[in-house]
Design a protein around this ligand. Structure first.
Ligand SMILES: NC(=O)c1ccc[n+]([C@@H]2O[C@H](COP(=O)([O-])OP(=O)(O)OC[C@H]3O[C@@H](n4cnc5c(N)ncnc54)[C@H](OP(=O)(O)O)[C@@H]3O)[C@@H](O)[C@H]2O)c1
Length: 183
């Protein structure tokens, strides 16, 4: 991410209809997108909801090379390798402090509740949104959903691949990444 180190981004992957999760997990497998996630977040502070922390495979907790700040309403909650925060502002501040696992840049990494909160509170400067060309079945009330990206506020600044077409993962799944900046 370019610009001042204190900028805050959000990174997520969604299906064609905006679904980001089902049954506490991400319902597709695109290793190329996981590498994009790693490249985008490594070395920076990351903020996530407690449910997203719980959804990470144990070997990825904490995410290596990233200070992991977990937002929970339970001040007694703790987990090895996680910094706990009970407000989004507190979580962002904790992720931003330069030092072990953070150079001051912060990425909000989900899930649905925390993306929605960060957008509603105007905390985000950059969005990195991967679209995966699948449609997750199920009732929308049962699914975790991406927040709405208002085109009056958010302007695409970069597409991967260039031009906005689809890339094809090695397993055949199509995906594309759009970076947005505030207008
Ligand atoms: N596709 C993607 O890019 C992506 C990325 C991340 C996650 N996901 C998926 O998203 C789903 C999880 O999302 P989710 O919306 O259910 O949960 P979430 O946002 O990860 O976490 C929700 C939890 O965060 C805490 N929280 C929320 N708002 C808070 C506030 N204002 N103050 C303090 N704490 C607050 C609460 O924790 P307590 O209950 O402990 O109080 C709440 O239960 C999973 O399916 C996951 O796999 C997908």
């Amino acid at each position: 991410m370019t610009g001042p180190a204190s900028r805050v981004g959000a990174v997520w992957a969604q299906d064609r209809t905006g679904v980001i999760g089902a049954d506490g997990a991400v319902p597709w497998d695109v290793p190329e997108d996981m590498r994009h996630f790693s490249r985008t977040t490594r070395g920076h502070g990351v903020v996530m909801g407690r449910a997203t922390w719980d959804s990470l495979p144990e070997r990825w907790r904490p995410l290596p090379g990233r200070r992991c700040v977990v937002l929970t309403r339970d001040p007694a909650w703790s987990a090895p390798g996680a910094v706990t925060a009970t407000t989004l502002g507190g979580a962002l501040d904790a992720a931003k402090q330069p030092g072990e696992g953070s150079d001051g840049e912060v990425w909000v990494i989900g899930g649905a509740q925390v993306y929605a909160l960060a957008l509603a509170e105007g905390r985000l400067d950059v969005l990195a949104v991967t679209e995966v060309d699948v449609e997750v079945p199920g009732e929308r009330e049962q699914l975790a959903l991406a927040p709405a990206v208002d085109p009056a506020t958010w302007v695409p600044s970069r597409h991967e691949p260039d031009g906005g077409g689809w890339a094809t993962a090695e397993n055949g799944t199509r995906y594309r990444i759009t970076w947005y900046e505030r207008s």
